[in-house]
Design a protein around this ligand. Structure first.
Ligand SMILES: Cc1cc2nc3c(=O)[nH]c(=O)nc-3n(C[C@H](O)[C@H](O)[C@H](O)COP(=O)(O)O)c2cc1C
Length: 323
């Protein structure tokens, strides 16, 4: 009886310790009142993306209201002015800052077309010369409808996990880039795009999989390993504490489908580990502290004799409640 109680208390304490460590890592990265200054420019970039997204959505509303989102536009302009004073404008930020200018350009253009004066909102600010309204704003949904979606259901229902790979074939860097481009089309909260992919081949795969618990019997043959993470610096305060897992999970699924679209197969590999195993993987894979590891994905071309478990699904009625 006493033994059971002690075991239960110990498990409880260990659980809270894990939660505390996760929270400490999250608070060290995300944007909140006590955030360390080192992440200031990324937090600002996150603010800019969130704000331009609000304006972009306003531009796409079924009934556009002239002057709507003016406060957000003003605040976005202030952020962009601060941004210009900061160093380190990297690849990640360049695309998003030009999107922000594109959104403001589209906003101005829409109001000019409607003959609605927004000069008070744009005092002393002009979207960057040549800012491209194709990278920010709203365009007809019909452009997406023109795509041929007919085979998608069949493809989604046809995907299966692959655990038997052709070890002689490694995807080229072009293919890996193509996977990343497709994965980036995953939806994310306010388009903050926090999903990150770390790719490994060869000996590193073996080293990393040593800390993963579900690859017995096939791990040694995995040609390419993705470590999927979410950059927590783009999340806001305690309210978004679960968002890395949500956005990261969606991003991981899109990565799985992207791999499939390149003629390869994949297997999701859980990252259900304790703090120490997580630390080990971070060290070997050189994952920065501000990224949260979501899961791993083994990937490669299928071997000619690959088998796959049937993995029977529930009937739809079992999981669907139409209220
Ligand atoms: C988050 C996650 C973690 C998983 N971890 C493992 C794993 O560690 N080892 C493994 O062999 N399969 C793993 N899988 C794959 C599942 O077993 C598989 O997706 C499920 O049985 C359905 O089969 P299917 O993918 O072939 O449709 C994982 C799947 C997910 C989504």
């Amino acid at each position: 009886m006493i033994g059971k109680l002690i075991r239960s208390l110990k498990q409880r304490a260990l659980y809270y310790l894990e939660v505390y460590r996760d929270s400490r890592r999250y608070l060290g990265a995300c944007d909140w009142a006590g955030a360390p200054k080192r992440n200031r420019s990324v937090h600002l970039l996150g603010d800019i993306i969130r704000k331009y997204h609000v304006v972009e959505k306003a531009l796409a509303m079924p009934e556009f209201r002239p002057g709507s989102a003016a406060d957000v536009v003003k605040s976005l302009i202030l952020d962009l002015e601060v941004w210009e004073t900061l160093p380190n404008h990297d690849v990640e930020s360049i695309s998003q800052i030009s999107a922000a200018h594109g959104v403001l350009g589209s906003y101005l253009k829409r109001h000019q077309e409607l003959n609605f004066d927004v000069s008070e909102t744009f005092v002393n600010f002009q979207p960057k010369e040549g800012s491209d309204t194709q990278v920010g704003g709203a365009n007809p949904y019909a452009i997406n409808q023109e795509l041929d979606w007919s085979g998608l259901k069949k493809l989604l229902r046809g995907r299966r996990s692959l655990r038997s790979f052709d070890v002689s074939r490694i995807p080229t860097p072009e293919v890996l880039h193509s996977i990343a481009r497709t994965a980036l089309k995953s939806p994310s909260v306010c388009n903050r795009q926090t999903g990150r992919l770390h790719v490994f081949t060869g000996e590193k795969v073996i080293q990393l999989l040593e800390y993963q618990t579900g690859n017995r019997g096939f791990g040694h043959q995995v040609p390419v390993l993705f470590v999927v993470t979410s950059d927590m610096r783009f999340f806001l305060s305690r309210k978004e504490r679960n968002q890395p897992g949500i956005d990261g999970g969606l991003f991981a699924l899109q990565t799985v489908l992207a791999i499939q679209s390149e003629g390869m197969g994949s297997v999701c590999l859980n990252w259900c580990v304790d703090y120490n195993s997580d630390l080990k993987l971070r060290e070997i894979a050189e994952i920065p502290e501000h990224e949260n590891v979501i899961m791993l994905i083994g990937c490669g071309y299928p071997s000619s004799e690959a088998l796959s478990p049937i993995s029977q699904r529930y009937p739809a009625e079992a999981i669907l409640t139409i209220h």
